[in-house]
Design a protein around this ligand. Sequence first.
Ligand SMILES: [Mn+2]
Length: 355
Amino acid sequence: MRFLHAADLHLDSGFDPTAGVPLDEARAASRLALAHLVAAALRERVDLVVLGGDVFDRSRDDEETANFWIEQLDRLHDARVPVVMVAGNHDAESEIFGQVVHPDGVTLLSSLEPTSRVLDHLDVAVVGQGLDEAGFAPDGGPDLAAGFPEADPGLFTIGLLHTSLGGRKGYRSFAPTSAEVLRARGYGYWALGHVHQRGVVSTDPWIVYPGNVQGRGMLETGPKGATLVTVDDGQGREIRDARALELDTVRWSICDVEIADDAANLDDALARIEAELSRSMVEARGEGPFADRLVLARVNLVCPPRLREECARRESELALEARAIADRLGRIRVERVAIVGPSGPADREPLDPAR
Ligand SMILES: [Mn+2]
């Protein structure tokens, strides 16, 4: 049995406006990521897709967003791939999300109480509860997972929850809980959503944040996509593999370019910028439709104190030169050149109200 776990699609969300990417291009990226998610489900012949919330993005969604969403679900429906999902905090705030009539085979689990969708042909149960207004209390509302039923020993059970667990820097608290509470349910896999950074919280049982499908700014750098999970069909129903798929079409990247302590001046900075930009392009390269993925790079120029003055004086000139280098290299753009001290930028993960 194979299933695809994704979350935080934030359909039609824009990018960080300071990046200078036109809004329609940014919206196109979030839609393409969903199209790629569906294509991956079909290509990998998965038996099930589970979505951990924040499909919609509240601020920008409209009827067009809903139409695109349904179109993509129809592709899964036509291939008889069931979808089970819960509402995230952004879905809960979205007016249009509540009005969507989902195609057959798509189950939106209740936000009022924990419910299950049993897939008899797979011997699988998906148990979950979405977020609603109660989750918007300052403390993130109740521990929803604590109220989930214990696993049916005859089924492989997947828990579905949009949560910040014990709290996560940069994220609002929702459905707070702990790995211990999740473990006590006896499920085979916990499909979480909300934290945009991919992470495996535990492998006993598997508790996974797949991360968002498309990064939206410099707080969301690196590969983005979904998690493809393979479960042994024999006794024990062990998880054989939980693999990250890269599905993003625009890759956010931070390039640290260090200027040597003993450098006489900034003359070799440009060569180093070019090397770093090339490296991040190679890192972002994928296969097929991802071969020419666009990279949006921030260059952090790490300047020794002795050269800070020269760095500051030449900041805009360096930015122009870095942009010219990027143009020459190909599918990469420089969002900004920032002069930082040897200790690096102060804080890369402030609270992002867009999450
Ligand atoms: Mn969220």
